[in-house]
Design a protein around this ligand. Structure first.
Ligand code: UDP
Length: 243
C-alpha cells in the first residue's frame, strides 16, 4: 500500500526499512528501480503524465524532501519521515560492502564519478565500485554495454530529473543490473564537489535553505515549493486525494 501525495504514490518507510527492501530486491533478481521525488518532482509529475508514470512505476518511491512530508501531513496521510536519496544510498552501500555486491556510478561532469568512487571505496571498506561514466553522453547503447560488461548489481543514476528516471525505465533492464536508483546530484556530494548541509540544518528540515544560500540560482526551482504546499491545502479542502 502506497501513500498517495498529489498523484505520486510513496512508500512509507524508514531509511533502514527502505534499504532492507532494496536489498531484498537485489537478492530476488530481475530489474528494479528506485526514485526519490522531492516536491519539485511531484509538482512536475502533475503536469507531465509520462513522468508521473515513471515515478509511480518504480519499485521504491521515497520522499526526498521535507516538503513532501509536510504535504503528506496536510493531506492527513502522514509519512514516517524524509528518506533522502543520498542517505538511502549510504545505507545501501553499507549493505553492498558487507555482501560483496558491485556498484556502478553513472552521472555528473567528467571526472566527478571517478573521484566519488575513490572516496566511497575509502569510506565503505569492502565496497566494490565496478565502473563509472559521466552523465554527458549522446548514445545510450555504449553506456548500457559498459554497465553490462562491468557486471554491475546496482547502479546509481545521477543525471538529474527527469532525465535519470526516463533513463532507468528505458535502459535499466538491458544493463543486467538488478537495482538502479535515481539520485540527482549525489555524485557531486560524494566527490566533495558540492557540500551537503550540516546535520543541524538537515535535522531542522532546512537542507533546502542551506542549498539555496549556496546556490542562489536555484530560487526559480524552489519558488514552487510554497505553491506545492498551497495545492496540498487546496486538495485537502476539496476532500480530494491530492491528485
Ligand atoms: N547531470 C548529468 N547529465 C545531464 C544533466 C545533469 O550527469 O545531462 C548531472 C549534473 O552534473 C548533476 C546532476 O546531474 O551532478 C543533477 O544535479 P541537481 O543538483 O540538478 O539534481 P537534483 O539533486 O536537484 O535532482
Amino acid at each position: 500500500m502506497r501513500t498517495e501525495i498529489m498523484g505520486v504514490g510513496f512508500d512509507d518507510l524508514t531509511l533502514d526499512e527502505a534499504a532492507k527492501r532494496a536489498a531484498g530486491m537485489i537478492e530476488e533478481g530481475g530489474f528494479h528501480y528506485v526514485v526519490t521525488p522531492n516536491p519539485e518532482l511531484v509538482d512536475r509529475a502533475r503536469r507531465e503524465e509520462p513522468f508521473r508514470q515513471a515515478l509511480n512505476g518504480a519499485d521504491l518511491v521515497l520522499p526526498d524532501g521535507i516538503g513532501v512530508v509536510y504535504a503528506a501531513k496536510i493531506l492527513g496521510r502522514p509519512l514516517k519521515g524524509r528518506c533522502p536519496g543520498i542517505d538511502f544510498a549510504g545505507k545501501l552501500m553499507e549493505h553492498m560492502a558487507r555482501s560483496g555486491l558491485r556498484l556502478y556510478l553513472l552521472g555528473a561532469k567528467p571526472g566527478v564519478a571517478e573521484t566519488a568512487a575513490a572516496r566511497l571505496e575509502a569510506g565503505y571498506p569492502g565496497l566494490t565500485i565496478c565502473g563509472t561514466h559521466d552523465g554527458y553522453f549522446q548514445e545510450d547503447e555504449a553506456v548500457v554495454e559498459d554497465i553490462r560488461a562491468a557486471g554491475a548489481d546496482v547502479v546509481f543514476v545521477c543525471l538529474g530529473a527527469p532525465k535519470q528516471e526516463y533513463w532507468m525505465v528505458k535502459n535499466g533492464p538491458a544493463t543486467g543490473a538488478r537495482l538502479m536508483a535515481g539520485l540527482g546530484g549525489s555524485l557531486d556530494v560524494f566527490a566533495g564537489v558540492v557540500e551537503r548541509a550540516p546535520e543541524g540544518w538537515q535535522k531542522l528540515g532546512l537542507e533546502w535553505l542551506y542549498r539555496l544560500i549556496r546556490e542562489p540560482s536555484r530560487i526559480g526551482r524552489m519558488a514552487r515549493l510554497p505553491l506545492f504546499l498551497v495545492s496540498a491545502f487546496g486538495a485537502r479542502g476539496k476532500g480530494e486525494k491530492g491528485t
